[in-house]
Ligand binder design. Structure first.
Ligand code: ZN
Length: 235
């Protein structure tokens, strides 16, 4: 029997590992194939003025691959759009639709496509909004309609696919689903997160922050640990 697949689509290497990696660790541990699709090349995320974008990009690919090994990912797919300039364009939507048709995920996790005006400290990254919007538009309708991007079905021979559930990573009031995770999953996710060496100047601080946040989220459902999402279950 084919394994069930869960896909995570984000803008940058590290987005998924900050937002949903304990859930990823759990799915992986339970025998699902988990695939990351990363829209950009991660070439802008640094304050180091001496590093070249290409060098940074390569470093971040490697970091994400290393984190993927810890999480037991089936694959990490990079779409290689330039970091910082991502738009929810038809090209991005098509590329994500292609990955959905190839991997046929039952559950797909992505970033929030909307700016949160109730937050007073964090504006949010435009690439995250773009990745979220392109992904939702790929799930519905272009991954499931053979006449949209017809060469995916024709030339590339990729059958349309209907995703059953979409989970949007969110901590705010929009969250309506808390996925319970175990301490083992949280510890695995922290080990994975810390592989993003270029993005985490204070590993100890990041580790305890991640654990605490998931502990707090667990309080919503009487679980030791959880991650929060806005969940859609498609008809
Ligand atoms: Zn990001």
């Amino acid at each position: 029997m084919e394994k069930k697949c869960m896909m995570v689509v984000t803008a940058h290497p590290d987005d998924a590992d900050f937002g949903c990696s304990a859930s990823v660790a759990k799915f992986s541990r339970e025998g699902w194939d988990v695939v990351y699709v990363i829209c950009t090349d991660g070439s802008k995320g640094t304050e180091d003025r001496n590093i070249k974008p290409k060098e940074l990009s390569k470093m971040r690919y490697d970091e994400q691959k290393n984190s993927g090994k810890v999480l037991g990912l089936r694959d990490v797919v990079f779409l290689n759009y330039p970091d910082g300039y991502l738009e929810p364009s038809l090209d991005v939507r098509k590329d994500i639709s292609r990955q959905i048709r190839i991997w046929k995920p039952e559950i797909l996790i992505t970033t929030n496509p909307t700016r949160d005006l109730n937050n007073s400290t964090y504006l949010g990254h435009p690439d995250h909004f773009a990745a979220g919007e392109a992904t939702l538009s790929a799930v519905f309708p272009s991954a499931r309609d053979h006449l949209t991007f017809p060469d995916l079905f024709g030339k590339e021979n990729l059958e349309p696919h209907k995703v059953k559930e979409v989970w949007i990573m969110t901590y705010g009031e929009t969250a309506d689903f808390w996925n319970p995770v175990s301490e083992i999953d949280v510890d695995t996710s922290i080990e994975a997160l810390l592989k993003h060496v270029s993005q985490i100047p204070d590993p100890q601080g990041a580790a305890s922050w991640m654990k605490k946040r998931r502990q707090n989220l667990g309080g919503n459902i009487d679980s030791d640990f959880a991650e929060s999402f806005k969940r859609f279950i498609m008809n």
